[in-house]
Every structure is written in structure tokens, then in C-alpha cells.
Design a binder for this molecule. Sequence first.
Ligand SMILES: [Zn+2]
Length: 413
Amino acid sequence: MSFRKLSLCCVSVCFLVLPLALRAQEKGAAQKSKPRVIVLGVNGMELDIIRPLILKGQMPNLASVIDKGAYGKLRTVSAPNCPRVYTTLFTSTNPDEHGVTGFVVGGITANTNMLKEEPIWSMLSKSGVTVGMANVPATFPVMPVNGYMISGMLTRGKNCEDGVLCAPKLSEVMGGDAVYPKSMQPELLKNVGDFYIDCERMPSAADLKGHESAVIDQWLAKVQTIREQQTKLFDYLLANHPTDFTFIVQSCEDRTGHWLYPITPFNVGYNPNINNVRQDAFPSQYVAFDKVLGTVLKHVDANTYLFILSDHGIKPLREFEEKDPHAHMDHEKTTPVIAKHDFADGDDVPGSFFAIGPGIKTDFRLMGLGASVYDVAPTILHLYGVEQPKQMRGRVLTEIFNNGESKVAAQKN
Ligand SMILES: [Zn+2]
């Protein structure tokens, strides 16, 4: 039995059958108010690209988070890709354990029915924490939570039948629900619009040939449209549906890097017709991301924890690895990919981690690869005083807190 089937029973039992005693207990706890935590995920943030932008003052919001908080690299899993790592982030188990080993598992697009380990949104929901999620990879079909969930990457729909690296509109989703509770969908369509879920598919070599500049500009314009829709969605949710725990993710940055990474002629795959057209394309994604962060920061006060994290970095190709083609190629597998992240050694492409909030050290740098994607879920559970389950492989990142863990430990009681 998959975790999802179990969780459906558990969540409905918790909410419908056992509410009285629990709710009474929670009421007491709620008076003390639960920590507010916002996690803003970025698919594939590359520190080599963003650090120069920060130095040049082009990412002022992220720079302010670094000044006010803790930041560093986040060790990732082997052959990292988005569904594989995000599922590790939210279960703190390895891909073979949680079951979402890649975009496609056993010939089927990864989906929540495959989830074999309990994700933190389920644990938090059961503990009375309100949960809100939007655009988190590998959350389709959505699962019931103590709040709302809007699915992200791998959502299936019209012109995106298998859900792999394409963007169906909310109204065109097929094969499962993209919004929980269902009643929220008409509200979103009315107030946010018929937004695209996830990000645009990359063009094929045939689309590009002879029309490189036009196709690149068109594609980048669509990516920006999607980003603006996602920003509007996040802003709407944070303003109108505030939850204790909120998890939102951006996904267009990484996809731009795969074929528009600013590389030089000696790099593998360099093609001047494509790679000379918009050398700013990939760095500009992070300048645009910084504006999304600015919108999220409007909802962050001194009592809010904000974690910004990415699942992996992205680097130019070192070899073609023909036996292990890159998963981000389009369906014809002809997108001229020049950078990737699913290297066998995940330490080649670490993710990144930024944190601010009550009791978190300021201007603190995590050195080396001591913090890992496995540590995110235990750290979040700890903030809510939820005991770390045995299957979780990570640890609480106590080093980012002032006075060790005294601050978070105090919230346990
Ligand atoms: Zn990627």
C-alpha cells in the first residue's frame, strides 16, 4: 500500500472522527500560536551564477536575507533532479525509500500514489499545524492537508499529457486534482486567473533551427509570463489564505539554465547561434526571482521563519553521458542541452539554503557540505515541536540557531 492511500485514511480520521480531544488540546497550544514558516523553493539555484549578481547589487532581496540570516550549500542526492530531490526534502528519506526516483518511475510519470514515506505536510497536518502549498514538484494528484495544496511540476493536462516538463493551465488539468480542497479551484480561477502550472517545455532542435533568436525571445517571454502568474498566486495565497506552514516553489530558472547557461566556446555543446543570442538569459532568471522573493518578503515579519532552498545547482556539461541522457530533454529528446545537474556525483552540483527567523543567526555562513537536503524536514518539524520519525535520515540544523537549539527547544513545551 502506498503512503498516499494510508494518509487519506489517517487525515480524514484525524479531521473528522477524532477532532474533539485533539482540538481542545490544540486550542491551548494555539493560544501560544504556532511558528509561522514559509519555505520558498527554487529548482536548481546555481551559486556560481547568483553570487556575482549579489555582488553587483542585482539581487537586493536575497542579499538582505543573507545579511539577516544563515546561508550555505545544501548537499544533495546522487544524480539529482527535481522530483527525486524534492521528495527527499519533504520526507528526509532516500529516493529508493520514498519511491520517487525520477521524473518517470517504471514507465509512469512520478505521482503522489507512488509515495512510500510520509511527507512533512501530512505530519504537520496531523499535529494541528495549518499547511498551504503551491507549485511544489511531485505533488500531483494533490493530497488532503490541514489547509490547501496546489500541485506543481509533473501535473498532467492538455498538451502536457504525461506531465513531464510542460505547463498545463489550471483549467486544463487531466488525470487527477490539482487543487485541494476542490472548492478552492473556482476561487483561484476568479481571483488569480487560469495560471500555468510548472513551467514551459524547452524547444526542440527543429523548432530552433533557423529561427534561434525569435524562438529564444518567445520562450523567455512565456517563462516570464508564467513567473508573473506564480508570483500573483503566491501573493494571493499568502494574503488571503495564511497558514502556519507554507511551501511554494519556482521552477523556470533551472529549465532556462539547461539550454541557455552562459557558456564559452570551449564548453561542450556550445552553439553560437543559440548561446550568443541572450547570454544574460540565465542570470536574468535570478534577477527576476529576486523580485518574486521581494513579493514573498512582504508577508514575512520578525516572527516568521523564511527558508529559501534549492534542490541542486546546475553546471555546464563535462561529457555527453550518452548512456544516461539528460531527463530535461523534450519529448523528442532534441533540446540542445548545454548544462545539467544529474551528475552521478551530487556533490558536483550542491543545492543552496538560506534562512531567517526568530533565533536564527545573522550573517552566518554554513561552510562545506555539512547541511543536506535530508536536514530540511527534521529542522521544520523541530520548529513545531513535532518529534522526528525514525525513518528520517536527516538532523536538525542546530548550528543555524543562536544558543544551539535552546530557542526551538523552548517552543516544544
Ligand atoms: Zn533541471
